[in-house]
Design a protein around this ligand. Structure first.
Ligand SMILES: [Zn+2]
Length: 158
C-alpha cells in the first residue's frame, strides 16, 4: 500500500480472519497481518488509535473475531509511554529510579517471552507494565529515560 494523506484517517475492521483497511471510505486492502508506518516528517509522525497516540509502527493482526494492535518501537521509546502510567508525576530521582527498574524488568521479561504465543513482547496492562503510548508522555519522564539510557539492574549469581 502506498502513503496516505497526512492527518488522514484509516479505519480498521476485522472480518473473516482478516483486517480490512479503508481511508475516507475507500478500501485500501486487507490481510491477516498489516503494518502501518507513519512517514517521518519534521518532529516525527505518530498514529492515533482509540484515545491513544503511538510512535513508530503499528501492526494489526487478525485474532478470533477481532484483531490485536501491536506497537513496535525501541525499548526506550516504549519506556516513555510506561513511566507516566507506572509512577506519574514524581521527583526526578524517583523517575530515574523507575526508569531503571522498568527497563530492568522489561529486559528480564524479554528473556522469558510471556507473550511469545500471541506474537508480541509485552501486553499493555499491569501483567507486563502499563503502557499508554506517546499520548501520556511528559518532558520529565522522557528526561528520566534519557538520563538513564542503557542502565539496568543485574544480580550476580553466586
Ligand atoms: Zn503481559
Amino acid at each position: 500500500m502506498g502513503p496516505l494523506v497526512q492527518g488522514g484517517q484509516i479505519e480498521a475492521v476485522a472480518t473473516g480472519g482478516m483486517v480490512r483497511l479503508t481511508a475516507n471510505g475507500k478500501p485500501l486492502g486487507q490481510a491477516a497481518r498489516l503494518a502501518i508506518d507513519p512517514v517521518r516528517m519534521g518532529s516525527g509522525a505518530w498514529i492515533r488509535i482509540a484515545s491513544g497516540q503511538y510512535r513508530d509502527r503499528l501492526v494489526l493482526t487478525a485474532r478470533g473475531s477481532g484483531f490485536d494492535a501491536v506497537n513496535e518501537l525501541p525499548l526506550d521509546d516504549w519506556l516513555r509511554g510506561v513511566l507516566p502510567a507506572e509512577i506519574g508525576d514524581s521527583p526526578m530521582e524517583a523517575l530515574k529510579a523507575q526508569a531503571v527498574a522498568s527497563r530492568s524488568e522489561a529486559v528480564h521479561k524479554l528473556e522469558r517471552a510471556p507473550h511469545a504465543a500471541e506474537g508480541y513482547d509485552f501486553c499493555s496492562s499491569t501483567h507486563c507494565q502499563v503502557y499508554k503510548g506517546m499520548g501520556v508522555e511528559t518532558p520529565a519522564c522522557n528526561a528520566a529515560v534519557e538520563a538513564t539510557r542503557g542502565q539496568v539492574l543485574v544480580v550476580e549469581a553466586g
